[in-house]
Design a protein around this ligand. Structure first.
Ligand code: AHM
Ligand code: MG
Length: 341
């Protein structure tokens, strides 16, 4: 019976882990520390408009994008809090070009954490929701050797857990550890994320498409056909769909997860340095793909499931079509040249 006092993430996790007596508690420890980091980030995001933490830190990250102060703060908060848990052997972040080893003064564990500390941060100064995305894997190299890139560059299907925090009109945590997707809302007065969305299921088919149409003239004909399909009136399939694009991946994804729909970041010819679109496989696409598949949806590169993609580089970018299963399958058909309007 649900407690009148609300269910915290850890209580919920412990209940679901009863079915796994072999669980060591390592994952619970990791998640509780990550939650503390997210609460600290949430607090800073909420006051960002008030203090001088706003604005650019004045340097570019390894992908040539301006880094904002809050990105750095979120990155540092997660690295510092997670390093001493004793459960990780390495981390990787969107804000660091290399694998981040656990300092020798801390014990090392069997897991790796990959994260985007503050996704959508170009939206901070206009009060749009932003988020932290995370992904947890088991290490593959044997202990006690130093971890290597092999531990980080694992297929999405190997994820042990993944999820995100969204800092919006309220802050939420959504995660999966392979037994469904669960959402928790931060109750600021007590500082806890409490269960608010148990066992989230994404509708088989949505009514919303989300894509940056400003890139239209840089798209392939196949991508143009997908968008035109979703805009074409058809009573049976309830088209046209509604267009919704915040430009903040976690926020766009979260809306579509709850209400159904498809989010796309296709390849475009706008920037020759980013021929495969903008989003990163390891810290953005894989974790959200694990979440969406656990909720009954699907995520594709246009040709194959994101979760089956063999990663080549830490900061590799991939095209992303993610959301309601039927909508993503339709997009895939167009990309493969088999779609019908
Ligand atoms: P970021 O990680 O530097 O914040 O960039 C990723 C963000 C996503 O949140 C969002 O989906 C995308 O960039 C929007 O890109 P665009 O402005 O090209 O539509
Ligand atoms: Mg990002």
């Amino acid at each position: 019976m649900p407690s009148l006092l609300g269910t915290t993430v850890i209580e919920h996790l412990l209940t679901t882990q009863k079915a796994h007596p072999e669980a060591t508690g390592a994952f619970t420890r990791l998640l509780s520390e990550l939650i503390v980091a997210a609460k600290i980030i949430s607090r800073e995001v909420n006051k960002a408009g008030l203090v001088d933490i706003l604005g650019y830190a004045g340097r570019e990250n390894i992908q040539g994008e301006q880094v904002q102060k809050l990105d750095e703060f979120a990155h540092r908060t997660i690295v510092e809090r997670m390093a001493h848990t004793g459960e990780l052997c390495a981390m990787a972040s969107e804000e660091d070009p290399d694998i981040i080893p656990i300092p020798e003064r801390f014990p090392r564990g069997n897991y790796v954490l990959i994260f985007d500390p503050l996704d959508g941060s170009s939206n901070i100064d206009v009060n749009v929701s932003i988020g932290t995305i995370f992904s947890i894997y088991r290490r593959v190299t044997p202990m006690p050797a130093d971890p290597t890139l092999e531990d980080i560059l694992q297929k999405g299907s190997k994820q042990v857990a993944a999820g995100y925090f969204v800092y919006g009109s309220s802050s939420m945590m959504v995660y999966t550890s392979g037994s469904g997707v669960h959402g928790f809302t931060l109750l600021p007065s007590i500082g806890e994320f409490l269960l608010s969305h148990e066992n989230i299921k994404i509708p088989e088919r949505g009514r919303t498409f989300s894509v940056n149409e400003g890139n239209y003239n840089y798209w392939s004909d196949e991508v143009k056909k997908i968008v035109s399909y979703f805009k074409t009136p058809d009573r049976e399939t309830k088209r046209p769909y509604t267009g919704r694009y915040i430009g903040s991946l976690v926020a766009d994804f979260h809306r579509n997860l709850l209400h159904g729909g498809i989010f796309m970041y296709p390849p475009d010819k706008k920037d020759p340095k980013k021929p495969l679109g903008k989003l990163r496989l390891m810290c953005e696409c894989n974790p959200l793909s694990f979440v969406v598949e656990q909720a009954g949806g699907y995520a594709s590169t246009g040709f194959q499931s994101i979760l089956d993609l063999e990663p080549k580089e830490l900061h590799q970018r991939v095209p992303l079509y993610i959301g309601s299963k039927e909508d993503v399958l339709i997009a895939e058909q167009f990309i493969k040249g088999e779609g019908e309007s």
